[in-house]
Design a protein around this ligand. Structure first.
Ligand SMILES: [Zn+2]
Ligand SMILES: [Zn+2]
Length: 348
């Protein structure tokens, strides 16, 4: 019996549950429509909150004449947040099928150019880096040299890990550490963080940075809008009661959004500094490759500076696949901090 055959009953069960609880998600057409509906709703919410500032605050309209740079900066932030939203929603999170295609193509090129070379891809700091060089990576992903991919993935996992345990039951590819199959995208994603309903896209290795910047811009926009509301309520509280009511209701809504965004920003900043993903943090005990890892140990963290550098300066078009640390390395990471460690900035 094949792995696909074994997994079929579970797949059917899951599909049955999806059908019962979320029928709209089962049909890709409906899913795309609901995603488009959410995007339009999000744009409408932006227009309402920002439009209210210009419609109700007469002082700000006067300011556009005397100090045009001030509202212009605000509108620029509004546009930048919306553009960042659509760019993040349209970006690839780093699908495994694309990485695999790029890897096989690079591997084939290396074999062609140097018959003596046995190394399947560039190996830097215990991790494989595969660059996109093909316009159609998916096409080459189904080549007949897939065993080189299996070998490379096995090298990234601890010795003794079975190929069967690493094979995605849906894509039928071996998954490197930190990859996960997304049931909404129906693809495996490298360094899977989560599937964002508001963006209608997965957040993974290649767009996590964009996602962080989007939350950052959105938080700044909400805070600035909140400042406009508060200034208006303070200066014009007794002029027109219905305008005050609208702005107080909007301010309450904005406060809830700001709290949520600030918490999200802090949470993702913490994940970035420790090189973790939301999925790894939430499901730590259920993820096979994290089961033997001691609590409070971040196995993929290379120190705050390195983590930040990799997150911010990762080159577009590169797929970064990290190797699971050995037991010795995990033991070193779990070692309690001493005074000397603090003085030498071991965490950095
Ligand atoms: Zn998959
Ligand atoms: Zn997804």
């Amino acid at each position: 019996m094949t792995i696909e055959g074994m997994c079929l009953p579970f797949r059917n069960l899951r599909d049955g549950i999806s059908d019962r609880w979320s029928p709209c998600l089962l049909d890709p057409g409906n899913f795309r429509r609901s995603s488009l509906g959410l995007k339009l709703a999000l744009v409408a919410v932006h227009v309402v909150f920002v439009g209210a500032v210009f419609l109700l605050d007469g002082d700000l309209i006067e300011k556009t004449v005397t100090e045009p740079w001030y509202p212009a900066l605000y509108l620029l932030l509004f546009l930048a947040a919306l553009i960042q939203y659509f760019v993040t929603a349209g970006s690839s999170p780093g699908y495994l099928i694309e990485a695999r295609g790029a890897f096989l193509e690079a591997n084939a090129r290396i074999k062609e150019s140097s018959a003596s070379s046995k190394q399947p891809a560039s190996l830097k700091n215990d991790s494989f880096i595969v660059s996109i060089s093909s316009n159609q990576p998916e096409k080459s992903a189904h080549g007949n040299t897939s065993s080189s991919w299996s070998k490379m993935v096995m090298l990234l996992h601890p010795p003794g890990t079975s190929v069967r345990a690493l094979t995605c039951a849906y894509c039928m590819f071996e998954q490197p550490p930190r990859s996960k199959h997304c049931h909404d995208c129906d693809k495996c994603v490298l360094q899977f963080d989560h599937h964002c309903v508001w963006l209608g896209a997965c957040i993974g290795q290649n767009n996590h940075c964009r996602f962080w910047w989007y939350i950052c811009m959105e938080t700044a926009l909400c805070l600035w809008t909140g400042v406009f509301y508060i200034i208006y309520i303070q200066t014009s509280i007794s002029r027109t009661w219905w305008k005050d009511m609208i702005l107080i209701v909007l301010l309450c809504g904005l406060l809830i959004i700001v709290i949520f965004l600030l918490l999200l920003l802090l949470f993702h900043s913490y994940l970035i500094l420790t090189n973790q993903t939301t999925y790894e943090l939430v499901r730590r005990r259920r993820i096979p490759y994290l089961r033997g890892v001691p609590e409070k140990v971040y196995p993929f963290s290379k120190g705050i500076r390195q983590n930040l550098y990799r997150f911010c300066c990762a080159q577009g078009g590169e797929y970064y696949m990290e190797q699971m640390p050995t037991q010795l390395e995990l033991g070193e990471l779990a070692r309690p901090y001493t005074c000397l460690d603090l003085l030498t900035c071991r965490c950095c």
